[in-house]
Design a protein around this ligand. Sequence first.
Ligand SMILES: Cc1cc2nc3c(=O)[nH]c(=O)nc-3n(C[C@H](O)[C@H](O)[C@H](O)COP(=O)(O)OP(=O)(O)OC[C@H]3O[C@@H](n4cnc5c(N)ncnc54)[C@H](O)[C@@H]3O)c2cc1C
Ligand SMILES: Cc1cc2nc3c(=O)[nH]c(=O)nc-3n(C[C@H](O)[C@H](O)[C@H](O)COP(=O)(O)O)c2cc1C
Length: 549
Amino acid sequence: MTSWLSGTTISAPFTIGSGVVATAPSVLARLAREIPQLGFVTTKTLSLLPREGYREPIIYEYYPGCFINAVGLANPGAAAFVRDIAPHLPLHNNKPLVASIMGENPDEFVACAKILDPVASAFELNLSCPHVKGAGQSVGSDPEAVKTIIQLMKKTFPKPVIAKLSPNLGDIATSAQLCERAGADGLSLINTVGPGLILDDAGIPILSNEVGGMSGRGILPIGLKAVRDVARVAHIPIIASGGIASPCDVRAYQRAGASFFSVGSALAGKNTQQLISFFQYLAQGIDPSTPLRSPESPDQREGLLTAYTKTTVLRNSPAADDLFVLDLADARPCNPGSFFFLRIPGVGEKPFSPMSHNPHRYLIRAVGPFTKRCQALQTGDEIYLRGPYGNGFPEPPLSRPLVLIAGGTGAAPLIMAAARWQRQVGRMFIGFSKEIQAHFKRELERTVARVRVVVDAPGEVGAILSELAHDMRSEKILYRNCVAFLCGPRRMTGAAVALLLDAVPRSRIFVAREDLMRCGIGLCGSCATEHGLRSCIDGPVFPLEYEQP
Ligand SMILES: Cc1cc2nc3c(=O)[nH]c(=O)nc-3n(C[C@H](O)[C@H](O)[C@H](O)COP(=O)(O)OP(=O)(O)OC[C@H]3O[C@@H](n4cnc5c(N)ncnc54)[C@H](O)[C@@H]3O)c2cc1C
Ligand SMILES: Cc1cc2nc3c(=O)[nH]c(=O)nc-3n(C[C@H](O)[C@H](O)[C@H](O)COP(=O)(O)O)c2cc1C
């Protein structure tokens, strides 16, 4: 047990850094429950009003373990957070919930904290984000403003207040002393460093915001120096963050003067099970009397998580007014249901599941800026690709027939599944809500085994469901024995699952989700599911147990 800022005790001295992994209430609550080493949990920085943040790319790994990010403090706003976290409270073992907050001035900090007060055990003041105009580091660089914010917070709330400081602003030890004198109960050191810039091979910034904060291994020495310099002059506890990736790093921060340890970028690419073992591994660093054996990290990985490959467009063929098939000169293998990010420099990047990998073929609906730009791509144009990400559908047992049910562009991963397990396909349905071109329909019917392409008549929805219900009545043995894979709009997959459950056991139904994925490496948390998993890294294919509570 470790004593915490409020005088209570906590199970262990770790937290996950604000804005990393546990950004959604469901994930935060799940990790608080499943990771005993997390003594307290920290929210994403929350603001008075919702913030959209920047468009993708938002995170990039430029050397192994070294990241640059500009998420833009995207968050749903304090009131929405309170509403969404409420069903998850109290957290497992009453773990303290630290609300990270931002503001452009002292009143905004206090107004935001007032909304969060009913759910927060403590407040962490973000005085240090390096890439957001008018907040974070810009407020933190004004000593008078910092003093007023802390004094006002302490006067208004009888709760611990932690100041999260930046190493970018001159003398961090002097800033820390100022915070302590103003009444801060703890210091969180350090936020990301910078802003910095990473360019692609054509000299174009990778991040959509162009510049971003640096985190991970590369900033460990900066964090250690900040903690040591501050510990020499301050008398309040320090939460260390910056590049913690091994028990040795934990021990080093401890020796520099930290009491608590906040882990961020090292969690990139780790699914929920891997996070659990990673914190067990890190915890070996806590007891100063235990010699460190420098054990290997449980999930050593090779290569960069976000490395792009440049490729070219082979063909771009229309399939409907807003639907097209994009063939790329890349043949990287992947599992049906896994996905890639496509990037067009200066436009952005978005995730897509290929419908075949040799060559890479995508079925894309033009819905917004990125996909509309893709629709205009021509043979020979360059495009970047990163991936594959995600688990993909499981190999179906040889003894079982496959039933595949797809809606719209959700057809892509299931067309790949139909080709991979061609001999097992018992039935495939592909539903479209709008007319598709006759040649595209013919091609699907010619190339995909036992497929039925169903297009809604004008004014009608879900024609695929009545076809499925009819088929289930006439092919009882097929459905009783099958494994079913689904992908498409959630209303469609939900309704199809409800029908399937009459014949197919839950354990044999798998759904590929297309949640809002912004980084693809499990760091930003935007694709959190209701069950506290991150769809990009724990999925996107989930057994039904995880799909419907
Ligand atoms: C794993 C995965 C696989 C995908 N595969 C395909 C595919 O094969 N073909 C295809 O056309 N699209 C696919 N998508 C969806 C595609 O990534 C989005 O439509 C993309 O955001 C479009 O970018 P845009 O800039 O054109 O539009 P945006 O401006 O990003 O989006 C337009 C509108 O759609 C909303 N939106 C975007 N993505 C989602 C989402 N995942 N969930 C809910 N709302 C969303 C936005 O909030 C916005 O209102 C996939 C998504 C995921 C996560
Ligand atoms: C993707 C990402 C988002 C972040 N968002 C926030 C945030 O909202 N608020 C904040 O105070 N720090 C934020 N940070 C900083 C981290 O909490 C942490 O202080 C920093 O990354 C250093 O730790 P690390 O090297 O272990 O990642 C973010 C970092 C990353 C990588």
